[in-house]
Every structure is written in structure tokens, then in C-alpha cells.
Design a protein around this ligand. Structure first.
Ligand SMILES: C[S@@+](CC[C@H](N)C(=O)[O-])C[C@H]1O[C@@H](n2cnc3c(N)ncnc32)[C@H](O)[C@@H]1O
Length: 159
């Protein structure tokens, strides 16, 4: 078994396997998010950092990428750290208070647990983008859905 496979198993064991957001989808999602220059964009479970990297490059936001998988954080840093702070961290340890935009692509069970933390920490007006799965209990915060196959994207505004 390769080291790479071991790290993929590690991500799955932590609650979400490593499946990257499709490259074509990224620009579409970020455009819909209407990102504002200088705001803080946090990708929770960033994998190789492709979304936060694109957000920083094209929209001049301040980027933060968090992942629990050391191999993915290592790889994300190799791909470029300009304007991005990468942290090897469990998302449940991350301080979300300063986030203006949060991007997630996580499994429903993990999202459900994360929603409890976001309910307490995320400031009013912040936008949470969940790719793949809706956030249970956040139906009233939903502002937009990009319906796509195989994964739709759900945009929420925290109130
Ligand atoms: C489906 S992948 C999404 C990767 C990236 N956001 C994308 O869309 O291309 C989920 C990522 O979440 C990470 N992850 C899973 N559980 C985590 C946790 N508790 N804390 C931090 N990262 C976690 C995994 O290592 C994996 O990279």
C-alpha cells in the first residue's frame, strides 16, 4: 500500500474522503459568491487548496486553508502560498470568527457537526458555501443553489 493511499484513508477516517471540487466548477462557484477584495476566505478541508488558491488569485481575498491531512497541506504549500495561510489542523479547532466566506466540501455527517460550531462562531453576514451537500437546519439561511450534476452547491448567509 502506498503512502498516498494511506493518507487518503486517513482523510476518510477523519470523516471526509479526499475528493476534489471539479476545476470547471470552481470559477463558477466563486463568481456566484461575489467575493469582495480584502475579505477573509476560509476553506475548511482544503485538500490541495485549489479553491482558496483560485479565490486569492482572481478575487484578491485573504486566504486560509485548513486540512487535517499532512500530505495534502504539504502539496497545497508546494502549489503556492501567495496570500494564503495553510494550517494543518482539525476544522473543529479552527477559529471561525474572522471568516467572511467559508467554503466546504464535506460529508453530511461532518457538516452536521460543523454546523453546530458555525452556529456559535460565524459572524452575521458571512457567506458559507457548501459544495456537494446542503447544511441540515440551515434552510432559512439558504440564499442560492447552483444545481449541477453530480454535485450541487449551496450558498448560505449567516444571520
Ligand atoms: C471532499 S475533500 C474536499 C477538498 C477540497 N475542499 C476541494 O473541494 O477540492 C474533503 C477534505 O476535508 C479534509 N478533512 C476531513 N476531515 C477533516 C477535519 N476534521 N479537519 C480538517 N480537514 C478535514 C480531508 O482531508 C479532505 O482533504
Amino acid at each position: 500500500m502506498s503512502v498516498y493511499t494511506l493518507f487518503l484513508i486517513y482523510s476518510s477516517a477523519m470523516g471526509s474522503p479526499y475528493v476534489a471540487t471539479g476545476k470547471k466548477r470552481i470559477e463558477e462557484i466563486l463568481k456566484e459568491a461575489n467575493l469582495k477584495k480584502g475579505k477573509t476566505f476560509v476553506e475548511l478541508g482544503c485538500g490541495d487548496g485549489r479553491i482558496v488558491r483560485t479565490a486569492v488569485k482572481h478575487y484578491n481575498v485573504k486566504g486560509v486553508g485548513i486540512d487535517i491531512n499532512p500530505l495534502l497541506i504539504f502539496w497545497a504549500k508546494i502549489l503556492g502560498t501567495n496570500g494564503i495561510q495553510y494550517k494543518l489542523e482539525n476544522i473543529f479547532e479552527t477559529d471561525l470568527k474572522q471568516s467572511d466566506y467559508i467554503y466546504i466540501f464535506l460529508m453530511p455527517k461532518l457538516i452536521e457537526k460543523l454546523a453546530l460550531k458555525m452556529n456559535k462562531e460565524v459572524k452575521k453576514g458571512a457567506i458559507v458555501i457548501s459544495h456537494g451537500f446542503p447544511i441540515k437546519g440551515w434552510e432559512k439561511k439558504l440564499i442560492k443553489t447552483l444545481k449541477r450534476i453530480p454535485f450541487s452547491t449551496y450558498f448560505y448567509r449567516v444571520r
